[in-house]
Design a binder for this molecule. Structure first.
Ligand SMILES: [Zn+2]
Length: 283
């Protein structure tokens, strides 16, 4: 797997309406780093802010200068994870009074001030209209943004370029995630701008691939249980045999999310074991 691509360009202009500045935070979970997108013909709207890496602001300034922009008009966030929201303070230190909005939902410790943005609102910029789409599953507060003029979708961490996403067992929810993917499938989307990795041109095929991938994982979890692999570590060992060990911890979160969904569906039972992983069995 080559999700971390060190050759990935630090800035790009994938369309006349969309620019991209990399958050400079590469890693196992972030690939080349977080993509932050500038959307609009002038005074662009910034989607996400990266993790707060010091070199990000100078890179942003240089890119804005190249495009003849003075500063972002405002910031909208996809979700609360640090690699998306962590750059808010440094951007505000550079661009005074910069307005920031996200869907406020079970949040604490947000940068202040912050505006609440909801599904059904409309974000308008110079020649662009962004429609926030509530897409919980990876995070309960997650918004994707539909760019009407391009029939394109900024998917945040719901769909990634070059990897599948993690469904954290705490704030994530696999049933919500599947519903979110099906909702995206109902939109007329041609192109996907993911928060990590390259632009995805065949959006409907990619969304279907993500749905199929989760259904495959669910079958694999049920098969593992049927074969007597009763703990999450044992299941991860088999199902993620081809995946680097360093990714087994997030994989365990996704397996747990699958098990929680299956439990809710009445298909598996959990027995909590003291000081050891829970034992799971088919119901
Ligand atoms: Zn995330």
């Amino acid at each position: 797997m080559s999700f971390i691509d060190h050759e990935f360009p630090r800035t790009a202009t994938p369309s006349p309406l969309v620019g991209r500045v990399l958050g400079l935070n590469p890693g196992m979970m972030t690939g080349p780093g977080t993509n932050t997108y500038l959307v609009g013909r002038r005074d662009p709207i910034l989607i996400d802010t990266g993790a707060g890496v010091p070199d990000y602001v100078p890179l942003m300034e240089r890119y804005l200068g190249e495009r003849g922009f003075s500063q972002p008009a405002r910031v909208v966030l996809t979700h609360r994870h640090r690699d998306h929201m962590g750059g808010v303070d440094q951007l505000r230190a550079r661009f005074r009074g910069l307005a920031v909005a996200k869907m406020i939902h079970k949040d604490s410790g947000l940068p202040e001030p912050i505006d609440d943005l909801r599904d059904g609102h409309k974000v308008e910029g110079e020649g662009v209209t962004l429609l926030p789409i509530h897409t919980p599953g990876h995070a309960s507060d997650h918004l994707c943004y539909y760019l009407v003029e391009e029939r394109a979708l900024f998917t945040g961490d719901v769909i990634l370029g070059g990897s599948t996403t993690v469904i954290p067992s705490e704030d994530g929810d696999l049933a919500d995630y599947m519903d979110s993917l099906r909702r995206l499938q109902g939109l007329d989307v041609r192109r996907i701008y993911p928060a990590h990795g390259p632009v995805i041109e065949n959006a409907p095929a990619k969304i279907q691939e993500y749905i199929d991938h989760r259904l495959l994982r669910e079958r694999q979890v049920l098969e593992a249980l049927g074969d007597g692999l009763l703990t999450i570590p044992a299941m991860v060992e088999r199902i993620y045999a081809q995946v680097p060990k360093a990714l087994h911890a997030p994989a365990a979160m996704s397996v747990e999310s699958h098990l929680k969904k299956l439990r809710r569906d009445g298909r598996v039972r959990e027995t909590v074991v003291k000081d050891a992983p829970s034992r799971w069995e088919l119901a």
